[in-house]
Design a protein around this ligand. Structure first.
Ligand code: FES
Length: 64
């Protein structure tokens, strides 16, 4: 994202019980660790800490 440029975003964030955060809509995902900035339509972000695809849910939460 260009510095100083403001982008309009809106998203729905749903907490899935025992699972990830579901985020849908118009938003920007800025993953500083992997140097990625993208605008996906939806993502599932891990809340359990067990995913091998962090920050994304890989379904590992179902194993515990
Ligand atoms: S919430 Fe699904 S792997 Fe962590």
């Amino acid at each position: 994202m260009e510095q100083g440029k403001k982008e309009k975003t809106s998203a729905l964030i749903k907490v899935i019980e025992g699972g990830p955060l579901e985020i849908k809509g118009n938003f920007i995902l800025n993953d500083l660790k992997r140097d990625i900035t993208e605008t996906p339509a939806e993502v599932y972000l891990c809340r359990c800490g067990k995913s091998s695809e962090m920050p994304f849910c890989d379904g590992s939460h179902k194993k515990f």
